[in-house]
Design a protein around this ligand. Sequence first.
Ligand code: 0X9
Ligand code: ZN
Ligand code: ZN
Length: 417
Amino acid sequence: MWALLVLIGAAAVSADLQDLAFDGQKVFRVIPQNDEQVEIINSLASNMQVDFWQPDSVTLVSPQMQVDFRVEADKSFEVEDLLKESGVEYRVLIDNLQAALDAQFDSKARTTGHSYEKYNNWETIAAWTADIAAQNPALVSRIVIGETYEGRPMYLLKMGKRGPNKKAIFMDCGFHAREWISPAFCQWFVKEALETYGKDTVMTTLLNSLDFYVLPVVNIDGYIYTWTKDRMWRKTRSKNAGSRCIGTDPNRNFNAGWCTVGASKNSCDSTYCGSAPESEKETKALADFIREHRPTIKAYLTIHSYSQMLLFPYSYTYKLPSNYEELNSIADAASKQLASLYSTEYTYGPGATTIYPAAGGSDDWAYDQGIKYCFTFELRDTGRYGFVLPESQIKPTCEETLLAVKYIANYVLEHLY
Ligand code: 0X9
Ligand code: ZN
Ligand code: ZN
């Protein structure tokens, strides 16, 4: 009885905290120099309410790694004191998260409906998928590949000139709910493809010769939750048996070294791997679609944020992929393309050594299905705004990313057989 009351109390408190929003919350950056300092970060994580941004869980922290984490307003002085006393060097990345959140919607595009230069909520994106297909019947069709945990249809846009035996490139956005720039890019990509088809020779050739499967939001339930309840939510919204904690990390839920490294077996953690591979309806739908169309899919691209990185397999092992040299040179050239516009610097390489070892990701899984060109993009920025990238950066971010994606797509097209 008491336990039940306490539980209800806890739920009410956390809901209130969400309403009170993020005033006074801070985001810190530390680079632990040794195991001892990693231990200090660990103790912070277990004693205070700390939300890890990069990496996304305390379990992924190792010496010399740049670590960004968010702290509740009433804990921020305590945390800062502790860092000072223990001699861990730190920097305050975001002094008041609420101010950064308010600065997020700084787009000058004054419109109530859909806009490519604003963050669109799910309702708006869903309506947009219908409109875009209706307005471009020769090039676009909308498919439902499954349903989310909360019962929403998962829309996928198939883009390309109709023709027999076409190969395809699969791209998804919105795995992690709080990485809002990601769905914005999928929408931008679709717009650019349709606007420049028949004008830009590369895009025209791409759409004539290939199909693009674009899944604008994978984790729809989570995305909606970030709009309505908690901007910093990452996981799906499924219930976990025997736990009061909600959700699974969809990018730890694939059958690629599942839950062996860089993932948590604790359902309360932000990198929870789920009860089994593909336990989530969203990851199962995505994997089923890829399995079903496997012989035609030649490349798999998945868009995340933030860090400015272009990652390729593997992340679940330090083993290098068989075409490592090729993937590395593609990543090098794609990064150069990306930088050519606004000098945005990307680092690239296998996930395990470039970001951190973490199993169960969709890129590694797709690669082991035989898709030889698999990349994870980590879009802007490197931590100034992190997940709350201002809308004024949507356009430049999408423009530069498009150059890299076009480079990869064109490479794939030129190496089909
Ligand atoms: O940890 C992730 O899932 C990705 N980073 S994020 O900050 N967006 O969460 C990186 C994924 C790299 N690939 C694999 N771990 N397979
Ligand atoms: Zn089909
Ligand atoms: Zn992510």
